[in-house]
Design a protein around this ligand. Sequence first.
Ligand code: FES
Length: 346
Amino acid sequence: MSYRITINPSDHVFNAKTGETVLQAALREGFPLPYGCRNGACGTCKGKIIQGKVDFGRYNEDMLTEAEKEAGIALFCCALPLSELVIECREIGAIKDIKVRKMPCRVQKMERVASDVMIISLKLPTNERLQFLAGQYINILMKDGKKRSFSLANAPHDDELLQLHVRNYLGGMFAEHTFSSMKEKDILRFEGPLGTFFLRENSNKPIIFIASGTGFAPVKSILEHAFHVAETRGNDRHMVLYWGVRIKADLYLANLAGSWQQEHDNFSFIPVLSETLPTDAWQGRTGLVHQSVLQDFDSLSGYQVYACGSPVMVGAARKDFINLRNLPEDEFFSDAFTASLSSPNL
Ligand code: FES
């Protein structure tokens, strides 16, 4: 059994399956309604039932009064549809709609996936979730007042743990701490979500993703979001990922990217190595990653490009794609990693 739900004023329509809350169904179908805790404890997801009936579910009574219920107000993270519904609420349409928060978190898991890359999974306090757009980043707040920025590598629908890909490099204070003394269960503080590197879903243009090193992290988030939304809304937007690294061992989630290619007809994965070791027996693409894109496309005039990684790669891609391949300037989206406070992943 499923119930059709119409959102006012956008007229967007989605379907809730048996046992799904209004919010779960909306997020599953890619309609970002506002939320905080997803547990009836914060009131962020409050909206109005204009037509139809719901079971209001279990929630903290301070967050929803009897008078509000009588007026048709519900917490959408708890409300279970009992009929077709028309609801009234705002949808998150842009980053300005998402509140930047400062929160503590606990290091839940640390996985060393390459000699210089650690994947860390962060758990938020009970009853807390972080709303963000796929591709955005957070700032880890260090004890000395400094900040270190990291892209979120998990997709927004898969938000039980926040995933960061941390690359070790000389002089990277947080990175060095991660590799030398951080332990599971450590407590960190962060602020976020931040950044404008997120999927523009109002376009049907095919997409080229180009990542270097741990620039893979936000691209993973965006792709997993796009695959998830396509499961319910359908999507034949063609997407190709060029992932440039130095040697084969740096392709720390190559199997995952390869499995996306097998599962999704509209996605291809092209790894590119800048150095080949004899022991790698590499038969694939070599050279600078943005040069591989130039080799494969005579024109980018009908494409969107999302580039994330070193400033040198992002700068070269931007210049050459626009000047040599007619990519429209406003179809190039990027996040360049630098040691400054405002760019992720160092
Ligand atoms: S998201 Fe916090 S009450 Fe619904």
